[in-house]
Design a protein around this ligand. Structure first.
Ligand SMILES: [Zn+2]
Length: 230
């Protein structure tokens, strides 16, 4: 009995130390999630590092969900914007190993640009002060493949879907038919980049706020994201 009483303070100390350890290394202290606004190049480097972790199977996210929710309860402060495809295999947060509140994501089949997409990106640039916009195409994109089909094969599709495919067609038609689909996916991502660059407010932000718009392609087979040259 006496022995047990002696052990109690020691047990409390152990429990206290375990609680302190459990609360250390939280999102607030994560080096990749400092929540500060980054330049376009810094944001790009952070995304590249995140994708490397993802490819290597060393993702650091998703382990402390409650803390992250609390951290961004009242406001968001993402450091980059991603326009990606709706495809279920290409969630940008997972591919770039980022957590809640770090990426402002716009997703639409074929990562096309339309007025709603532009409006969303303008919000990220003007009100969230994002400096980097990434257009993320991906290997085996169903929207690009469907747009490759002759129009008579898609004539029975709903008009809105046909309109979406019509928007992808010009970019991929410019690629030699003999080229692989990979080039068409790249061409489609580049076309969206070009359209964004032609938006006056985005062009202005590039000049005045050093915003960058870059294209990228996610390779499902390797997990790698290749950023496209200008
Ligand atoms: Zn797709």
């Amino acid at each position: 009995m006496i022995e047990r009483q002696h052990r109690r303070p020691f047990a409390f100390v152990v429990i206290f130390v375990l609680i302190v350890l459990a609360n250390s290394g939280t999102a607030e202290e994560s080096p990749k999630s400092q929540g500060e606004l980054l330049t376009a190049d810094q944001a790009l480097a952070q995304l590249e590092q995140g994708n490397r972790r993802c490819v290597q199977g060393k993702s650091t996210h998703g382990h402390d969900v409650e803390k992250w929710r609390e951290r961004f309860l009242l406001k968001q402060k993402p450091f980059a914007t991603v326009l990606g495809c709706s495809d279920s295999r290409v969630a940008p947060e997972l591919l770039f190993d980022q957590g809640f509140g770090e990426l402002f994501v716009v997703r639409v089949a074929g990562n096309i640009v339309d007025p709603n997409v532009v409006g969303s990106i303008q919000y990220a640039v003007e009100h969230l002060d994002n400096k980097l916009i990434v257009v993320l195409g991906h290997q085996n994109c169903g929207a690009v493949t469907a747009a490759l089909a002759p129009p008579d094969q898609t004539k029975d599709e709903p008009p809105e879907l046909r309109k979406l495919l019509d928007q992808i067609r010009p970019a991929i038609d410019s690629v030699d038919r003999k080229q692989e689909r990979k080039q068409r996916v790249e061409a489609n991502a580049r076309a969206s980049v070009k359209q964004l660059l032609e938006v006056p407010s985005i062009a202005k932000a590039m000049k005045e706020k050093h915003v960058k718009v870059v294209g990228a392609v996610y390779h499902i087979d390797s997990g790698e994201i290749m950023f496209l040259d200008d």
